[in-house]
Design a binder for this molecule. Structure first.
Ligand SMILES: [Zn+2]
Length: 559
């Protein structure tokens, strides 16, 4: 850290406001029965945020009356009205297509299980599968009413030309359904693995090989949500953006997720066992490829509806005559899962951490700028997107149809479930090594006494699992930052337990332990990074060796 230290200090001083630090209103919040704990010794001074106002915003957005903020729902609309009110009060200019709103249309799809069925066919013998216990339909894909096709096991189902890696080579996949494991072998670097595992990239390769459908077995060692919870909400509608330009999986007739504990049903007569494969997947080892002795027979009845939802966009115009035409984009998804199957009697999936927490950071940043105005050279664009939980759809729409000039967005700082549940010692920066923005984030955090690390769990694919990914794909250097832990530390267990118990469950609500000092410090880092990106003379560039450089502004021809 020493080499960067002097530079970091200079950076920090240069972004200090002229006005003295403004004290925040006193904390009046409580967290159910769980008091917030402090960050302990070694905490750098926090200037603007103590976490209390942040928590007040979280309480509003994750309240039961917001009904879990599902895309297209009354609850999300209500949350949006609240956010728009805050934007107005702060004097931010509308930057949507209809004032602060950018509406878009979705197709909602719900499986009708009573009229749907699934079976394996083995030498003329039909073995019915139980929907929910054995497998579930993935309605994000536009399912065909019926499919019957032989099965082939295709490893991870990945084709990565730049590494000469191809799970599909040598297999006859025409009109077959492939069985694959989620994940990627260890030899493939994190960002690249994430990119090629996105639904669109994986399907591109499979489609080219003639594949009709996909049965995905989750890697049991990397499942955030236990199967029982995945299965419980399988009849919850999924959504897709209307318009062929947004169809990531054209021609995919069948998409199933198989319960990894029941997946041995796919392998009899293949000469392989599920256990043998799971042992390899657990260690992210290469997988064999082979034909299976079975066919799948599927009937899927899907209820389709059209609905509308919107992103929210607001801007704070910069002061430099030239640079004000460029934007630093701060984004967070406001939507969550809505009302679903009850767990312990609770049906409201409040999404306090996912992602009322990130939306609250944006609101708190906006409030801090109003109280302690900064002369910023570039403009700031605050974006509260919809449809994230449905597959990053709001950010997908925004980046395809931006409300500011394409190419004017110089950086995206996305905030999604940053999890202030332990003292902030380590910040995980997803996308750290990909662009200059990563260096800025490192210097900013280190100047505040916080260590920085790259993604410690690349197999979780966090890099493509939130809205920053759509900015990356449109050439905008982007990152997302979370409160981190050192591998093997006791904190790792805290995060793991949080994911198993609260992630995408009704218990991600207001009654959970939260570290307000950590939240405040996180906000300091975001604010300092945002200001630095807004004032830096040059725009952040992709690293010469970054895979994602191919999407960069020069490549996309936006200029
Ligand atoms: Zn989520």
């Amino acid at each position: 850290m020493r080499k960067l230290f002097l530079l970091a200090i200079l950076v920090f001083i240069s972004i200090l406001p002229i006005a003295q630090a403004q004290p925040q209103p006193p904390a009046t919040t409580t967290h159910g029965s769980h008091p917030a704990h402090g960050s302990g010794p070694g905490t750098a001074t926090t200037t603007y945020f103590d976490g209390a106002i942040w928590w007040n915003y979280v309480k509003v957005l994750a309240g039961d009356d917001m009904e879990g903020r599902e895309t297209g729902s009354f609850g999300l609309h209500k949350a949006q009205e609240y956010v728009v009110e805050q934007l107005r009060r702060a004097g931010l200019e509308p930057a949507g297509s209809k004032s602060y709103y950018q509406p878009m249309q979705f197709e909602s799809r719900q499986i009708v299980e009573k009229e749907s069925s699934l079976a394996l066919v083995h030498q003329g013998q039909v073995e019915p599968l139980t929907l929910g216990d054995d497998a579930i339909f993935n309605t994000r894909v536009n399912l065909a009413p019926s499919v019957e096709a032989p099965l082939v096991f295709a490893g991870y189902g990945l084709a990565i030309p730049e590494l000469n890696y191809n799970d599909l080579a040598g297999l006859d996949l025409r009109d077959k359904v492939v069985v694959i494991f989620s994940g990627a072998p260890e030899e493939i670097p994190g960002a690249l693995a994430s990119h090629y595992q996105s639904a669109s990239e994986r399907w591109k390769a499979l489609r080219k090989a003639g594949v009709r459908g996909v049965i995905m077995i989750p890697n049991p060692a990397a499942m955030d949500i236990p199967w029982s919870r995945i299965s419980a909400n399988r009849a919850h509608p999924s959504m897709a953006l209307k318009g062929a330009e947004f169809d990531d999986t054209p021609g995919e007739d069948l998409a199933l997720t198989m319960n990894p504990e029941r997946a041995q049903k796919l392998f009899p007569g293949s000469g392989h066992t599920l256990q043998e494969l799971v042992d390899l997947v657990k260690d992210r080892k290469p997988l064999p490829h082979f034909e299976l002795a079975l066919s799948v027979r599927a009937r899927a009845v899907v209820n389709r509806k059209t609905l509308e939802s919107a992103n929210l966009a607001a801007q704070l115009t910069g002061s430099d005559p030239k640079l004000k035409n460029e934007y630093v984009v701060l984004s967070a998804h406001l939507d969550h899962l809505g009302i679903g199957e009850p767990i312990n009697g609770d049906r409201i999936y409040n999404g306090a951490m996912d992602n009322a927490s990130g939306s609250a950071v944006l609101l708190d940043l906006i409030g801090s700028l109003k109280k302690s105005p900064q002369k910023l050279k570039r403009s700031l664009l605050f974006l509260f997107v919809t449809g994230e939980e449905k597959g990053l759809l709001g950010s997908r729409y925004f980046t395809a149809h931006p409300t500011v000039r394409p190419g004017s967005m110089i950086a995206n700082i996305n905030i999604d479930m940053f999890l202030p549940i332990v003292p902030l010692k380590v910040l995980t920066v997803y996308g750290l090594a990909e662009s200059d923005l990563g260096d800025m984030a490192r210097e900013t955090a280190e100047s505040m006494g916080v260590q920085v690390q790259a993604d410690p769990e690349p197999q979780r694919n966090a890099f493509i699992r939130s809205d920053q990914y759509n900015f990356i794909r449109h050439g905008v250097p982007a990152l997302v930052m979370s409160v981190g832990f050192e591998k093997g530390s006791p904190q790792q267990e805290i995060f793991k337990n949080w994911r198993t118990q609260r992630y995408h469950a009704p218990s991600d609500d207001l009654d959970q332990p939260v570290d307000l000092a950590t939240a405040g410090k996180y906000e300091e880092i975001v604010r300092a990074l945002m200001i630095r990106a807004a004032n830096d003379p040059g725009r952040p560039q992709w690293k010469a060796n970054s895979f994602f450089r191919r999407y960069g502004p020069m490549a996309s021809g936006s200029f």
